[in-house]
Design a protein around this ligand. Structure first.
Ligand code: VG1
Ligand code: CO
Length: 506
């Protein structure tokens, strides 16, 4: 038997399918629980960053099933590799934006985040793990490629035999030679939000009788939303619905869209509608914005926030640039044109915004999948977007529908929908994409449903900051008059293929 805290070397072999997707490695929880699966990937993360020795990492997750067990494994492996310190959210909880803030604030070497975001949780559902860099943002493609290469070459990994860490109380302890600091997952994040937004103005709005509802979807945002909306801003207790994180998200899909958050949409469309409503996803980095009688598409939300940026203290000096993912509607581009600021179109996935934010080319970014964030962290940030909206509503004194109507009058309107075809047979989905790809060159000039194709291509992105090129980022078919259809296969699914079809009509 090895002695307590002895480092042992475990023989292993490469495991198929450990290629990180849009946001890290996502698989069925049971796959993560199979022998060596998690360990191989964690060892490959460490190999990809040139080793863990002497480094400090932030660790935390969205609280889904297996979150706590995975943290124990990561801690044992980090200790075995000679890491100096781990900073872990109490109870293993940290939303990606809160982790991103800690990563930046503490000047760490990176973070290991456990989340499968909007995917359901539980032993028969999904789990995920990703690495974020010292700038707070998801690993770039060079790093994820290095990690993937390591998964294909791995022969052994190191781990210590030791007791479980106590994740329940805040404070610093030693785990062998490694320090472990358990932190309140909410405190630093809430303090940051208070600096970025005018809390007095929002509190004043709430005091004046403005009503709201926030659906945390049984996921990680509950504690953050209660602390900020109810305790600091004075919203009535009970404003935060489904606010206690549960390992299986109450059996639901923690995806803030009109399908999975239907009760909230029904509420704002009904007779007892609050003035404002919002929801966030499993790991708290996405947002859905609603007002009395209105649903705001994420693409429109990004455009409205850009247009009203100077309402909030964080953007008092104005923006110099905005960025959106390619499938996101062009609504924000129209605002950028009107303001005379830069606008960038990136592939899907938050990692592509990191360079633009670091280089200060853009300060506000968004995705049609309900991810919005600024340059305060390097992740999308659900609650931040909600506070941004509340701040704008407080300063302008307008309702959500009024704001939207005025926005469309000024900039025009992009009608937008996204359709997800889930659990499609992988081969058939690829055949469809291959078939369309082969016909791209012949599409321009053809007419369908009263629309004439004006352009058709496969999106590739040349990063203007580091010069890297990312190919195969979605098929685009543009029509005369500015409408378009985009086809992409999801890179976050754990079963079969998901075809996403994005429709945007100006
Ligand atoms: C989806 C969304 C994408 C988002 C990604 C991670 O990816 O479309 O916009 O960045 O999830 O979101 P895909 O490849 O399935 O389309 V989350 O909230 O995981 O961090
Ligand atoms: Co998410």
């Amino acid at each position: 038997m090895p002695e307590f805290m002895d480092v042992i070397t475990v023989e292993t072999a490469p495991i198929e399918g450990q290629k990180p997707g849009t946001s890290g490695l996502r698989k069925k929880t049971r796959v993560f629980m199979t022998s060596h699966f998690l360990e191989n990937f964690v060892a490959s993360i460490f190999a990809g960053i040139g080793g863990a020795a002497g480094k400090t990492f932030v660790v935390g997750g969205d609280g889904r099933y297996f979150n706590d067990r995975a943290i124990q494994v990561i801690a044992r492996m980090a200790a075995a590799e000679g890491a100096t310190k781990l900073i872990i959210g109490q109870g293993g909880i940290l939303s990606p934006p809160a982790a991103s803030n800690l990563l930046r604030k503490r000047g760490t070497d990176g973070g290991i985040l456990l989340s499968a975001s909007h995917n359901p949780g539980g032993i028969d559902e999904d789990f995920g793990i990703k690495f974020n860099m010292g700038n707070g943002g998801p690993a770039n493609e060079a790093l994820t490629d290095a990690m993937f290469a390591a998964t294909k070459a791995i022969q052994s990994y190191k781990i210590v035999e030791g007791p479980d860490l106590d994740l329940s109380s805040v404070g610093v302890t030693q785990y062998g030679d490694m320090a472990v600091e358990i932190v309140d997952p909410v405190a630093d994040y809430a303090a940051l939000m208070e600096q970025l937004f005018d809390f007095d103005a929002i509190a004043g709005l709430v005091k004046g009788g403005f009503t709201m509802a926030f659906d945390a979807m049984h996921a990680v945002t509950g504690p953050y939303a209660k602390a900020i909306l109810e305790q600091r801003l004075g919203a009535t207790p009970g404003t935060v619905l489904n606010g206690t994180p549960s390992p299986d998200f109450g059996g639901g899909h923690p995806d803030p869209n009109p399908i999975w958050a239907k009760p909230l949409v029904d509420l704002v469309m009904g007779p007892d509608a609050p003035d404002f409503a919002a929801a966030s996803d499993g790991d708290g980095d996405r947002n859905m914005i609603l007002g009395k009688g209105i649903y705001v598409t994420p693409s429109d939300s990004l455009a409205v926030l850009a247009a009203n940026a100077t309402c909030v203290p964080m953007y008092q000096g104005g923006l110099t640039g905005v960025a959106r993912s390619m499938p996101t509607s062009g609504a924000v581009d129209r605002v950028a044109d009107a303001l005379g600021i830069g606008s960038y179109e990136t592939p899907t996935g938050w990692k592509f915004f990191g360079n633009l934010l670091d280089a200060d080319r853009a300060q506000l970014c968004g995705e049609e999948s309900a991810g919005t964030s600024g340059n305060h962290v390097r992740e999308k940030d659900g609650l931040w977007a909600v506070l941004f909206w509340l701040n704008v509503l407080a300063v302008t004194g307008k309702s959500v529908s009024q704001l939207m109507a005025e926005h469309w009058r000024t900039y025009g309107r992009n009608y937008y929908t996204r359709h997800d075809y889930e659990a499609v047979e992988t081969e058939r989905a690829h055949a469809l994409m291959d078939g369309l790809r082969a016909r791209l060159a012949t599409l321009p000039g053809q007419a369908a449903a009263g629309l004439t194709v004006s352009s058709a291509d496969e999106f590739a992105y040349d990063d203007p900051v580091d010069g890297s090129r990312s190919e195969g980022q979605g098929l685009r078919v543009g029509f005369e008059g500015g409408s378009r259809v985009v086809f992409r296969l999801s890179v976050t699914v754990t079963e079969g293929a998901t075809l996403r079809v994005y429709l945007d009509a100006y």
